[in-house]
Design a protein around this ligand. Sequence first.
Ligand code: FAD
Length: 398
Amino acid sequence: MAIKPEHLPITTVGHDDIRESVRSLNAKYPLEYWSQKEEKQEFPQEYFDDFVRAGWTTMTVPEEYGGGGASVSQASAMLEEVGASGGATAACSTVHSSHISISSLIKYGSDTVKERYLNRMVAGELAVSFGVTEPNAGTDTTRIATTAVRDGDRYVVNGQKVWNSHAQRAEKVLLLCRTSPRGANGAKPTDGLTMLMADLKVPEVTIRKIAKLGRNAVDSNEVWFNDLSVDADDLVGTEGKGFYQILASVNTERIFLAAECVGMGRWCLERAVEYAGERVVFDRPIGKNQSVQHPLAQSYIELSGAALAVREAAEAYDAGAPAKEVGRLANTAKFLASEAAFNTADRAMQVHGGYSFATEYHIGRHWIELRPHRIAPVNNQMVLNFIGEKVLGLPRSY
Ligand SMILES: Cc1cc2nc3c(=O)[nH]c(=O)nc-3n(C[C@H](O)[C@H](O)[C@H](O)COP(=O)(O)OP(=O)(O)OC[C@H]3O[C@@H](n4cnc5c(N)ncnc54)[C@H](O)[C@@H]3O)c2cc1C
């Protein structure tokens, strides 16, 4: 049985045309395409180019900069279908790479920044990595130690980032740096951070690929900056306010990631339901056993709830809700969707028995690639911390 979007009360409403177009593009890329890309650790360039040509990779860029002027709800619908394609996180990361930085560039970029970069991103010529995480700061972003020191009309950047996706191919990185020391002159730890569009393909930057368990079609990297000069016009937003302003990217990233998880969860559930109906053991389909059937029914319920949460968060962002309100909804959606999708992949593994370990079923690829979403882009414990403190009003626990 194929589980169609209409069987899940998900983010479909009003975006059926987008979903149909994305599904027909996805259909050109069979499951083997993705397992080969994973095996060869090769970027899915053909897939990316198709999505660039169709305008999906930069659909939220305003029309005046050549984009589609689409809403976050529309982009979420598109990404959910990418998630449901069988390409797992590799496909999602390929298509959503630009969307992450675009949200900050649109909201806070000066006209110069927008003119410099958005058209080239729309044309698929410019890949931009997203550089927040650092080895010694981890989840505590206020502890980042990469500095940008103003020197006339330049900033000079020194420090290290880790886990930057796409840095092997990206020409630029939207980089979060410290422009004043943490807590200087009684400032809040969240003050003094600044976003810059920095170069990656220059001698002052060293990039080393991280060997990973999965999603190898998209690279992850350690990146070092040694006296890198950045044009002061490449400042994004307001110096010292980067922590608050990067929330535009962080919140949309959580919504997009949640939409992708719903899509991947749907794919895993479809495969599990199909297999449970076909596989006969003890003279009956395994799906006749409640211990097989109930977990799949539970996945259906969990994914449905997650999908509604994604839709609510995306619509709140589009309606211009305050950042704190979007944060509550985006975090809720991210938590529900990442847990629902991984649990579904895990249940699909169980349903497939020993065959779950055979690469030809592609369940294992989803299982591996969904696991990090309980950790990245934010771990689900921090989501609970956020809800506990900012929504429930409990004492800060970290
Ligand atoms: C595939 C992948 C791609 C990524 N891409 C990017 C990228 O493009 N750009 C980028 O900047 N980053 C990227 N990241 C990094 C990602 O955002 C971080 O890994 C994530 O934010 C967690 O940080 P950390 O790994 O340092 O975990 P840590 O901060 O070391 O935390 C480890 C664990 O401790 C627990 N924990 C920590 N603090 C608390 C607390 N206060 N309360 C309760 N529990 C806590 C959590 O369970 C957490 O998982 C990527 C990561 C992965 C795996």
